[in-house]
Design a protein around this ligand. Structure first.
Ligand SMILES: *[C@@H]1O[C@H](CO)[C@@H](O)[C@H](O)[C@H]1NC(C)=O
Ligand SMILES: *[C@@H]1O[C@H](CO)[C@@H](O)[C@H](O)[C@H]1NC(C)=O
Ligand SMILES: *[C@@H]1O[C@H](CO)[C@@H](O)[C@H](O)[C@H]1NC(C)=O
Ligand SMILES: *[C@@H]1O[C@H](CO)[C@@H](O)[C@H](O)[C@H]1NC(C)=O
Ligand SMILES: *[C@@H]1O[C@H](CO)[C@@H](O)[C@H](O)[C@H]1NC(C)=O
Ligand SMILES: *[C@@H]1O[C@H](CO)[C@@H](O)[C@H](O)[C@H]1NC(C)=O
Length: 443
């Protein structure tokens, strides 16, 4: 019993931190341990609830429509029992439109708690042919909130919405919202440093968005057909942008020009990640002549290769030309066809390895090129990309190729690379697979 006494006499902060390591259900169970433990769980400062997280029960029968309210009612009860400040509240669960009121009252209850700093609602709309509407939430203003993540719901800002003046991170994923509400939501939060908007669904007309955020540093934006125009108007601190294009059917040229406008408006960035299909789309539009990113040092690129599309390479060269101070290039190579189509690459080789004019990053700044790919075969079929940098990058120090599957590095490939006339005297090639590096010098 002495041990139990000792545990009982622990200071309450320590007890709370012990409970924080348990699932919510187990934390509540400790109230039966001893008198001194009875109310400790009501001081929990962080709650993460939902499928697999809290073991509150009733969590895996996702087909139980329409009455799925018992779980959310339990959550409601839990939150209203809390006596201490609640700093973090996260909820992951399936809901349907009919449960909007229950969730809304939970949100209103959270608003009454002191000092919620981080709020995350990840809602999966329940699959039901009749009730296939997302949950609708009227977003109240939380004055203490620093981080907000919303997913899978329809958001409406109530009239007189005052925003979140301390918010630094806003993350919206598959949120249904109107253009005006999205604009207000983003711009009532003047202190935003991180903004993530993915797979947005416009509830009325297509989205027109422009960002004027004095402190914004990181922007992630996934463009889809809901977006008509998006650009950075004024974000002097913007340092990193991650853009991709997702779920398109037709109107590719339109999406391409939306993407181009966004990318070329993010002029202050030092790091740019052009993810899935952006470069491919750039090959569909006229790219602005003489455009430059004055601060850009690091480019991450997702590239489909090999392809017989010459315009893709032109878009690639355009990018390099826009980045006269580029130091680091990271390429995620994906082969569009199976390996036996390496013949497609052959006509491209001559075109690719040829030095292009006006690529001053190759002459002066580009030190590192990292190529990541699924299998080494993809590298072999696009060996011209590797050679292009070896032949043309004057100050290159490292060319690293990482691949996950496929064979050992083939001697024939090493031989081929070693025969290449390398521009930089410091260049070294590293091929990385399963935690082992094969390094060889080239000259
Ligand atoms: C938030 O921004 C306001 C100006 O809009 C500023 O006065 C305030 O200090 C900022 N708060 C934080 C926590 O940065
Ligand atoms: C945008 O993306 C979301 C999520 O993938 C999708 O539900 C929505 O239908 C898309 N909008 C359009 C117009 O494609
Ligand atoms: C930015 O968007 C808002 C809201 O849609 C609009 O009122 C404003 O005119 C736009 N500003 C610019 C510079 O396009
Ligand atoms: C897109 O928005 C930007 C900034 O708000 C504006 O300058 C530009 O003219 C718009 N483009 C189109 C095609 O609407
Ligand atoms: C893509 O968008 C269409 C509407 O344009 C939507 O019906 C579909 O569910 C979306 N697909 C994905 C994977 O989001
Ligand atoms: C392109 O940039 C160069 C160097 O800054 C300049 O000399 C030239 O006039 C520009 N051309 C155009 C069409 O703006």
């Amino acid at each position: 019993m002495a041990g139990a006494d000792r545990i009982s006499s622990l200071p309450s902060e320590l007890k709370v931190s012990i409970l924080s390591c348990l699932s919510v259900k187990d934390a509540i169970r400790t109230s039966t341990l001893a008198r001194s433990w009875r109310h400790v769980w009501t001081l929990l400062p962080c709650l993460s609830l939902g499928i697999y997280e809290d073991l509150l029960g009733d969590t895996d029968d996702t087909t139980d429509i329409p009455v799925k309210s018992s779980w959310i009612e339990r959550v409601h009860h839990l939150v209203s029992s809390l006596r201490g400040p609640l700093l973090v509240f996260e909820l992951f669960h399936c809901f349907h439109f009919g449960q909007s009121t229950l969730l809304q009252s939970l949100l209103d209850l959270l608003l009454k708690k002191v000092g919620v700093e981080k709020l995350g609602l990840w809602i999966q709309t329940q699959v039901d042919p009749v009730l296939l509407y997302p949950v609708v939430l009227y977003l109240p203003s939380f004055h203490s909130l620093k981080e907000l993540s919303l997913s899978g719901c329809l958001i409406i800002l109530p009239t007189g919405f005052l925003g979140f003046n301390r918010l630094t991170t806003l993350n919206l994923n598959e949120v249904h919202i109107s253009s005006d509400d999205l604009h207000s939501l983003v711009h009532t939060s003047n202190n935003l440093t991180t903004l993530v908007i993915l797979n947005i669904v416009a509830t009325e007309k297509p989205l027109l968005l422009n960002f004027s955020l004095p402190l914004l540093r990181h922007l992630t934006f996934g463009i889809n057909e809901s977006v008509e125009n998006v650009s950075v108007v004024c974000a002097p601190c913007l340092d990193q942008a991650h853009i991709y294009i997702w779920n398109y059917t037709d109107s590719k040229e339109k999406l391409a020009s939306v993407a181009l406008r966004l990318v070329t408006s993010a002029v202050t960035v030092s790091s740019l990640n052009l993810d899935f299909d952006v470069l491919k789309f750039f090959s569909l539009v006229t790219l602005p002549f003489n455009f430059t990113f004055p601060r850009l040092r690091c480019l991450k690129l997702h590239l489909h290769i090999p392809t017989s599309n010459k315009r893709l390479y032109s878009a690639f060269f355009w990018l390099l030309r826009c980045m006269p101070f580029l130091e680091e290039l990271k390429v995620e190579l994906e082969s569009e066809f199976s390996s036996q189509t390496s013949w497609v690459a052959i006509p491209m080789r001559e075109f690719l390895v040829k030095k292009q004019g006006g690529l001053s990053c190759l002459d002066q700044t580009l030190k590192s090129v990292r190529i990541r790919t699924e299998s080494l075969i993809d590298v072999m079929t696009s060996i011209a990309v590797v050679k292009f940098f070896l032949v043309n990058a004057n100050v290159l120090r490292l060319l690293k190729i990482a691949h996950w599957t496929g064979s050992e590095v083939m001697p024939i490939m090493i031989e081929d690379l070693q025969k290449t006339k390398v521009a930089s005297s410091d260049a070294k090639v590293v091929i990385h697979r399963h935690g082992e590096n094969v390094t060889f010098d080239v000259r």
